[in-house]
Design a protein around this ligand. Structure first.
Ligand code: GS8
Length: 221
């Protein structure tokens, strides 16, 4: 019997995009279920992720898996013979996990500080965001991908944030490309991949939603 794969997701979510890109890299057919988080959470989401109640959740043959980086690793392990995302060498695997975790902790938190903050708080988040990008740019070095010659786990973990860059630049009035040209070249390279291009939503659409969320939760504080 074919696997039943369902993804509970919310379209602008970078965490959700990680799961979508990994599934696309492996060519897995799945059912996409949109959770409109601005309107609330479905009973299915609360049932499948009772601990955090957050998207993304991958439901594989009825069994839920939560937390985007865990989902991507699960996808890579389950469909291990198709386009591997993590390296096979244990040390290289540990390094890839380290950098994926870094994007999770550091990129995500500074992005949140930018779109969810204003004034000094936002300025501090902007500085942190640039520092974090520079660290990542250093780690990339002159390789085409964080995975070296091939697109891998760290690339999947980080590239979803690219479709938020336009809005971040707009909110903080600066150019990410001027700060980190190699990183933006990497992002453009990743966009050449079908799995990424078909997953990342239009940056203007993402920005419209972010500005709407800010109006609702930040600007009226
Ligand atoms: C974060 C998921 C998350 O923040 C992961 O999957 O990597 N560490 C988790 N999900 C948000 C949507 S934006 O990306 C979410 O579900 N928020 C609803 C809530 O906080 O209640």
């Amino acid at each position: 019997m074919a696997d039943e794969v369902i993804l509970l997701d919310f379209w602008p979510s970078p965490c959700g995009m990680r799961a979508r890109i990994a599934l696309a890299e492996k060519g897995i057919n799945y059912q996409y279920k949109e959770e409109d988080l601005l309107e609330g959470k479905s009973p299915l989401l609360l049932q499948m992720n009772p601990v955090y109640g957050k998207i993304p959740v991958l439901v594989h043959n009825g069994k839920p898996i939560s937390e985007s980086l865990i989902i991507v690793q699960y996808i890579d392990e389950f469909w291990k013979d198709i386009s591997p995302l993590l390296p096979s060498d244990p040390y290289q695997r540990a390094q890839a996990r380290f950098w994926a975790d870094y994007t999770d902790k550091m990129v995500y938190s500074s992005v949140k500080g930018i779109y969810g903050g204003k004034g000094e708080k936002q300025e501090k988040a902007k500085k942190e965001f640039i520092e974090v990008l520079k660290v990542l740019e250093g780690e990339l070095g002159d390789e085409p991908y964080f995975g070296g010659e091939s697109f891998g786990f760290v690339d999947v973990s980080f590239i979803p944030f690219y479709c938020w860059f336009y809005c971040i630049e707009k909110l903080c009035s600066f150019s990410i490309e001027a700060e980190c040209p190699k990183l933006v070249a990497w992002a453009k390279r990743c966009m050449q991949k079908e799995s990424v291009a078909k997953t990342l939503p239009d940056q203007h659409k993402v920005c419209e939603l972010i500005l709407q969320i800010r109006k609702r939760f930040v600007e009226n504080e």
